[in-house]
Design a protein around this ligand. Sequence first.
Ligand code: TYM
Length: 377
Amino acid sequence: MSANNEEMVVTPWEVSGKIDYDKLVREFGTQPITPELLERIQKHTGTLHPQLQRRIFFSHRDLDWILQRYEAGEKFVLYTGRGPSGPVHIGHLVPWIFTKYLQDKFDAKLYFQMTDDEKFLYHDEFSLDEPQKWAYENALDLIALGFDPKKTRIIMDTKSMGTLYNLAIRIAKHMTFSTVRAVFGFQDSTNIGMLFYPAIQAVPAFLESELEGHNVPCLIPAAIDQDPYWRVTRDVAPKLGFYKPAQIHCRFVPGLGRGGKMSASMPETSIFTVDSPEVAAKKVMGAFTGGRATIEEQKRLGANPDICSVFAYDYFLFMDDKEIEDLRFNCLAGNIMCGECKQVLTERVKKFLVEHQEKREKAKDHFEEFLFNPKDI
Ligand code: TYM
């Protein structure tokens, strides 16, 4: 059975099957991003980021409320993160690129959580230094995207726990075993670190309020797989006198195979930011497309961009509106063949990787400037 026919699974640890985003909005109880809300965002940002325009960010909780507070003169903080279990793939970059846009447009401070603790607890095979090493490596990818060091703080969980712990235990006291079991599907065999961990991922949502001594709204941009954490965090917020954090959710960048999201556990269909341009090119040339069995058939009947992973990359990351529109037309009309499309994407991916890797190298000199230190933020 192909991945497209499998039952949809979306949890913080597994995303599989054909993703039905409307169903997720219903099941998770989030709100779709409406044209009215986009108009309201545009009033503040001037232009809409392509990720909003293309509905890559498609769902939210309390985004209207965040804008209302902002319009009343109250600034918000941004919060996002990474579970450092390996190299970053270009799917991870999608919410981070968007977060940078929000930081720039709303002049917002960002807390970025590196959950080396979560990944140590989750992966049986990991020793503690493994996710700690990846936390540093992944931070370089974040810094390479151009975040403002004055307004960005990276929290390394295992290094910053002294500061986080006081909030974590206050949060944990309001999360019951039965709630986290129901929300995250924990089993009797789940280690107790994992049971406590949701309290730790909740902490940065309240950190600015705690450090400032008054409530500060918080907006979390991330793919929708992280939503279970925000449900339990939002439940606890009023019990501790904090605002509930707002969310804005994005879709998943698919892998280069047939169906399914880009996932580090499938390296052959993921483009990692540290892949050499040659390795990445090979992966793109082997990608699943919406093409026909023969060139003759494709010229006659056209191909299907909606199931094509190459088209998805162009759509999520690499092409502007005009290019996407032209590509879609030419693909459906049978005017362009898959080999040609792969070639175009290969060139763009290679260029992106070369530039990103240069910035990643430079980020090594600036890592310390980004580290969370409660005294200086
Ligand atoms: P992690 O490391 O699984 O994912 C990091 C971020 O990337 C998003 N993401 C994707 N986005 C688009 N396409 C994909 N294929 C794709 N795969 C992953 C995730 O939604 C996430 O935004 N527990 C978290 C770490 C964390 C966190 C946070 C994430 C701690 N605090 C606050 C977001 C917001 C984790 O393991 O993320």
